[in-house]
Write a protein that binds this ligand. Sequence first.
Ligand code: GLN
Length: 519
Amino acid sequence: MSGLGKGITTASIGRILKNRGYEITAVKIDPYLNIDAGTMNPAQHGEVFVLSDGSEVDLDLGNYERFLDINLNASHNLTTGKVYRNVIEKERRGDYLGSTVQIIPHVTDEIKGCIKKAAIQKVNNIVPEICLVEVGGTVGDIESMPFLEAVRQMRGELPSQDMVLIHVTLVPVDTMGELKTKPTQHSVKALREVGIQPDFIVARSTRTTDKNTKKKISAFCDVPPEAVISAATVPDIYEVPVELEREGLADVLCGRLHLEKREPDTGWYRTVMKNYTGSTTIAIVSKYGIEDVYISIKEALKHAGRALSTQVEIIWMDAERLDNASLAQVDGILVPGGFGSRGVEGKLQAVEFARTQGIPYLGLCFGFQLAVVEYARNVLGWKDATSEEIGKGKFVIAILPEQQNVSGLGGTMRLGNYPVDIAGDTLIHRLYGKKEIVERHRHRYEVNPEYIPELEKSGLIFSSRNRNRMESCEIKGHPFYLATQFHPEFTSRPAHPSPPFLGFVRAARERKAMRDRGG
Ligand code: GLN
């Protein structure tokens, strides 16, 4: 079932193998009919993650990239929509000439083909040795049937040591405080009905699965006791690989895959398990107010916090119910990406408060565009300044020229990697320490070139750009005020925190220290 932590489990299994020197890649299967996650409501499905090639994918790919420190591409997120599109295109081309096109074998062959192709795509310039394939959805759902059937077929086609099946199940705790194995037994039964017998069972629970419960699961589900792995809820997702290490999963897995058993390099664990010497509070002002929408931002703040030994406490603030008194209590204000007009006035209020009160500010994408709007309204006095996306008035933020004639909404924004040229003697230059960077994008609007000269004249600094497109802004004489058109959160990794986040959290930490001193 969803929400169990299959994504984190997958990423963590990858990590423990990577720590043993194996090159890892990962594929996520989403059984929905959408071609990609780009058109889905993040409040329902969580964050839309953006890859370097511009594909808009499931948030689990963000977990894979962060845990495994790799860059994936569109082929690593397979959906029913993509599979059917491929099959139908092939049918129209005449590739199946003469045959009746069916789910088995045509759709299942397509699925297997896509998995195999993705598995050997180079990541970080190396052909991977192990590919993790996460099958989303629930056993028994109509949507996931063709994928499970493809998995069943692969099992028969590959040498047994080349493929293992890991089943992640819920082990609930009953009112007496006992771990219940019934749901696991039933889901294994459901899997067997489609011809699949798992090799490993990962028991997801709020508690550690004890020896006896493991024995019971082992007996009922026909997996060896050492292949029943406890995965209890931990306070921080980066502790999951540590937990799997403790369970000895890597050795059993390597044994089953006929891979050399190796000692793990523990460097990564040291990176993620830093001790904190203090804490800072960051307000994220948005209309969604649910964490899943901004997973990458949450993680990027965590990465930066760890590097600075500061625990970042995030306060989610509803843009539609904002008050300055609460804002005054935080050490940093972040306005993230967003779409549409709901909550905009609150976000603008947050930007203004941060700018005028000297509170560290980080604006991302929409948070950059709104920073420009706020500056135009309150510094230049253009009271009707706005974005073409949100209302009527002076469009300091306007639709990108190449977007004017775009009609479809799927995959049509300015997406993915673009180079960004950084101007010298700016905050962003000090943060990145270089003049040219590449970051990921996802937007339809931009700073209107018509108003750039006046905005600059009044003190707003456009500190980086991609040709004549503004990529960041900042102001002088503020402890930390930076907003970017690009999304630095997508490339932040535990071992390489994103520079804007690092600078932002550092400034927040300074504010905290000042406040602690009573300043
Ligand atoms: N809605 C804005 C645009 O399309 C910002 C997008 C975002 O924040 N990702 O340009």
